[in-house]
Design a protein around this ligand. Structure first.
Ligand SMILES: Cc1ncsc1CCOP(=O)(O)O
Ligand SMILES: C=C1C=NC(C)=NC1=N
Ligand SMILES: [Mg+2]
Length: 220
């Protein structure tokens, strides 16, 4: 996948699982987020009372169908086997998951996203074939119980200053109010869970956040 296409996909990136959808259900939330214009969807089913087995597969296939209908790429967090089983558009893996080079071999030219927290982790992930890097938590988050320490937007500047020019998406505590500063610091987009899944109006939140990202990218 070419870098410009990946950069486009990263602009308004929804990360979602049933655990994050308390006020409403995942399908309703994904439908509203897609109508609001999310550019990429990651299925991340993690944490206490996460779905498993047939229930997990059913929800993954339902969300995949919604994304396909809108032409929005659908990727799976962590579970490369599931991604290959349902022919997802890619995977996102962390530093503690399968080695990025091995995953790249297994998924061919599907999208490969890798989490990175330092310049050296970023360099290694790029060498192993990552299409983009997930950077964060930028701000405090309650959606990942084993999140690394909060890094602020400085990590994005540091990566760019150290010659990491691959597509980057910021993640962690990102809200509509904070989106612009994440882009100004060098990210190509924002990855968001609770600011969208817990929003009173999911559609409007996505519309507003995406327009702030787009305006800031154009001003940069
Ligand atoms: C998956 C992940 N990785 C770093 S922070 C985080 C959770 C982001 O969730 P939220 O957008 O609700 O802070
Ligand atoms: C941990 C993560 C970091 N970044 C992204 C985009 N997704 C994740 N699941
Ligand atoms: Mg992981």
């Amino acid at each position: 996948m070419n870098q410009d296409q990946i950069r486009h996909y990263l602009q308004m990136y929804l990360v979602v699982g049933s655990v994050n959808c308390k006020a409403s259900d995942p399908i309703t939330i994904v439908k509203a987020a897609l109508s609001g214009g999310v550019t990429l969807v990651q299925f991340r089913e993690k944490g206490a009372d996460a779905l498993q087995g047939a229930d997990l597969l059913r929800l993954a296939l339902q969300i995949q169908a919604l994304c396909r209908a809108e032409g929005v790429p659908f990727i799976i967090n962590d579970d490369v086997d599931l991604a290959l089983e349902i022919d997802a558009d890619g995977v996102h893996i962390g530093q503690d998951d399968e080695n990025a080079a091995e995953v790249r071999d297994r998924i061919g030219d599907r999208i490969l996203g890798v989490s990175a927290h330092t310049v050296s982790e970023a360099r290694l992930a790029v060498q192993h074939g990552a299409d983009y890097l997930g950077i964060g938590p930028i701000y405090p988050t309650h959606s990942k119980d084993d999140a690394h320490e909060v890094q602020g937007t400085a990590i994005l500047c540091e990566l760019r200053e150290n010659g990491i020019h691959v597509p980057l998406v910021g993640i962690g505590g990102i809200t509509e109010e904070r989106a612009a500063e994440v882009i100004k610091a060098g990210a190509d987009g924002v990855a968001v869970i609770s600011a969208i899944t817990e929003a009173k109006d999911v559609h409007e939140t996505v519309v507003r956040m995406k327009s702030k990202v787009g305006n800031t990218l154009r001003e940069r």
